[in-house]
Write a protein that binds this ligand. Sequence first.
Ligand code: ADP
Length: 260
Amino acid sequence: KDALMGENTHEDSVFDTARTILVGSGKGGVGKSTIAVNLAIAASKLGHKVGLIDADILGFSISRMLGINDIRPNAIDETHMFPIRVHDIEAISMGNFVSEDSAVIWRGPLLSNILQQFMYNVQWGDIDYMFVDLPPGTGDVPLSIMQLIPQSYLLLTTTPQSAASHVAGRLGKMAQKVGVDILGVVENMSYFECPDCGSRHYIFGEKESEKLAKELKTMVLGEIPIITDIREKSDTGKPIALEDSNPVAEIYKEVFRNID
Ligand code: ADP
């Protein structure tokens, strides 16, 4: 029995059939949500039916990145609501229920309640790939989700700073302890490519994610550069992965192909 979420008494959940990818990070601000959103869109562009759960209830940001802040889901009743269809994926986030500026100051029981609703009461329909944007770190929520969906896979996101990769390593070890397989490491903000001279600058360091991957006996699935466009497009609700001949969109597709 899980301390935060109770017993899993849910039959026939979407997690029995969808391949579930938990997108986690050691620290906040490394680009975990950006990666979750862009990978979800990349997977949809490659022909899959995709769901995305924003499990970062306190620090929700998926709804903004998808441009669906304040859009309420349709519901039949309290326990049957529909995800929001946007950019050809199905998504749900705390931002669909409260305004972006409100502080969500819930403790364990309320948190687990809304998470259970997202996971089990949303009518997900037919989904091939379910992406779950975890809260950062190794707290209760990531642990509970891993225990509820032991057949899920963890995708670790980190930046090249050793401070970020060490905590990511702890999350990886937590996953291994509870029997969740690690798909690999996506390194974000890996380098900056100078628009004038084309040379690459490794601002936050190099080789950290390789070390991390080796330690966890997994692989580096991709390196995503620091690019203003990634942030700007997320801020306007139209993630860069939507763009068809964009080289960065291709990187996300490549990362997805590596885990498909
Ligand atoms: P986390 O989910 O880890 O807290 P976010 O995905 O919210 O991080 O990203 C934090 C900020 O960094 C956001 O403003 C986002 O747009 C920006 N960002 C993420 N990845 C990149 C990147 N590769 N290049 C530029 N900005 C990025």
